[in-house]
Design a protein around this ligand. Structure first.
Ligand SMILES: Cc1cc2nc3c(=O)[nH]c(=O)nc-3n(C[C@H](O)[C@H](O)[C@H](O)COP(=O)(O)OP(=O)(O)OC[C@H]3O[C@@H](n4cnc5c(N)ncnc54)[C@H](O)[C@@H]3O)c2cc1C
Ligand SMILES: NC(=O)c1ccc[n+]([C@@H]2O[C@H](COP(=O)([O-])OP(=O)(O)OC[C@H]3O[C@@H](n4cnc5c(N)ncnc54)[C@H](O)[C@@H]3O)[C@@H](O)[C@H]2O)c1
Length: 442
């Protein structure tokens, strides 16, 4: 049996950051990662970074095969950097193996062809999530059926791409592949786009994406996939329509990676949605066994995984004050063209919670910077608590919104009145100066 101070399962954002920090504090750390192509985790290898390289290169009108090649180089470089950051640390041992719990504090791996048991007082589970495969009849192992991971390894641009699911992945891939020149159809069971977003902005997103040429099929599910020819499949939809495509993307959510983890050999419990159940400090039902990132459910973002790391570090070495409850406003962006970004509540959510609200609204086309960059698409909206003059939320659909939203988040976290963003001296001509007008609320 090999004994460590900490065992970390999964080389994801929280896990790798934690490994480095614990090692720097003198802990002997075992990092277990099942796939050497995943050093650094999901984000840099198969998710945020490769997709955003492709989003960028699609906008630049780079030919698709060249963009795929550039994406591979970026990923390789980042993976190598991530590997080195831990491999060069004498306190860290990297084991390449699938990890499986044998008991609450024992983890089995394969080492030099033999089974080996590792133990530690502290164990951190950071195994991420994996694509949900929808219940679809037909051969899902077909070389024309993809997940978000496999589609971006396809070397040749699909002429016709059918996307099942209209969430983050569905929309980002739709926008990106349309920019490269694919004809894209998105099939979604909902009756409109982005049902949880401000409805006026969601309608604007739909209009802009449809103007790009993306087709949306609402209120429908894909039921069966059937090979038509060497490079075509037929999708049978629940509304009776058929769709012919060269590639099908399954973009129907991601589920926590708990399979094969041997949790049945422990007292660790799962939530109804199959995530690892944790308390406010991310500890599981077993003392000193923690779960961080996608595997513990909730919002699935890299920066949430990083913030989970902060919670655990604060608990182990700090004042124990930081927790899930103490986490402030979390912004997010969907990297469609132009991007959609959001923090806090929509007007409807605020009203449903009983706030007396006022709203600010600005068409991107009315702002000078939009003319400078020749992109007039989009709409910005903010929601204010009328009684306290505080910002309740912002939904920004337009160029540079992924940067802008962090300014609003900062003002909200600092509990600043909305007039703070309204009355700032901003430089010019930039997008943030639109806040002078967006927050000019009666
Ligand atoms: C296509 C796509 C695009 C995305 N874009 C963004 C974006 O732009 N911005 C953003 O913030 N988020 C984005 N996300 C979400 C983001 O990628 C995830 O939230 C984040 O990577 C989760 O990180 P994590 O720390 O939970 O673990 P991960 O990074 O998922 O790491 C888990 C690791 O554990 C390993 N593992 C699993 N099981 C075992 C086991 N039993 N033994 C050993 N190792 C194991 C896996 O191989 C993996 O390397 C995107 C996701 C996808 C799919
Ligand atoms: N920019 C970013 O930060 C970013 C980008 C991509 C992914 N992500 C993360 O990855 C996660 C997963 O993304 P996602 O788009 O797969 O999930 P999602 O939960 O955002 O959307 C899934 C969509 O699939 C639909 N769906 C479910 N079952 C279906 C079925 N059988 N047929 C047709 N449609 C079906 C749902 O109605 C929903 O619209 C997101 O929650 C997000 O946190 C983040």
């Amino acid at each position: 049996m090999l004994t460590y101070d900490a065992i970390i399962i999964g080389f994801g954002k929280a896990g790798k950051t934690l490994a480095g920090e614990l090692a720097n504090k003198g802990w002997k750390v075992a990092m277990i990662e099942k796939d050497p192509n995943m050093y650094g985790g999901t984000c840099i290898n198969i998710a945020c970074i490769p997709t955003k390289v492709l989003v960028h290169d699609g906008l630049m009108k780079m030919p698709y095969p060249d963009a795929i090649e550039r994406k591979d180089k970026v990923v390789e470089k980042l993976r190598e950097n991530n590997y080195k950051s831990l491999a060069d640390n004498d306190q860290v041992t990297i084991h390449v193996s699938e990890a499986k719990f044998r008991s609450d504090k024992e983890v089995e791996i394969e080492l030099d062809g033999k089974r080996e048991i590792l133990t530690a007082e502290h164990i951190f589970i950071n195994t991420g999530a994996t694509s949900n495969i929808p219940p679809l009849k037909g051969d899902l192992s077909s070389d024309k059926v993809y997940t978000s991971t496999t589609l971006i390894n396809r070397k040749q641009l699909p002429k016709k791409l059918a996307i099942i699911g209209g969430g983050y992945i569905g929309l980002e891939y739709a926008s990106m592949y349309q920019n490269f020149g694919s004809e894209v159809s998105v099939i979604t069971p909902e009756d409109k786009l982005l049902p949880y977003e401000d409805s006026e902005i969601a309608a604007e997103v739909q209009k802009v994406l449809e103007e790009k040429g993306i087709q949306f099929i609402f209120g429908a599910k894909a039921e069966e996939v059937e090979e038509k020819s060497e490079d075509e499949v037929k999708l049978a939809l629940s509304n009776g329509e058929d769709l012919i495509a060269n590639a099908v993307l399954l973009a129907t959510g991601r589920k926590p990676n708990v399979e094969h983890l041997g949790l049945e050999n422990t007292s660790i419990e799962l939530t109804e949605k199959g995530a690892i159940k944790v308390n406010d400090h991310l500890e599981t039902k077993v003392d000193n066994v923690w779960a961080l990132g996608d595997v513990k459910g909730g919002m699935q973002f890299t920066y949430i995984s990083l913030d989970d790391y902060r919670i655990v570090m604060n608990y182990l070495f700090g004042d124990k004050e930081y927790s899930l409850m103490a986490r402030k406003n979390v912004p997010y962006s969907v990297f469609i063209d132009p991007p959609l970004s959001r923090v806090g509540m929509t007007a409807k959510e605020a009203e449903d919670k009983g706030y007396e609200i006022a709203g600010g609204k600005l068409s991107v086309a009315s702002h000078p910077r939009a003319h400078v960059i020749d992109d007039l698409r989009g709409l910005f909206k903010v929601v204010i608590d009328k009684k306290k003059d505080k910002i309740l939320g912002a939904t920004l659909f337009g160029p540079e919104s992924p940067e802008l939203i962090n300014l609003v988040k900062l003002a909200m976290d600092l509990d600043a009145p909305y007039t703070y963003l309204r009355d700032q001296v901003y430089n010019h001509p930039v997008m943030s100066e639109s806040f002078n007008n967006l927050f000019a609320i009666e």
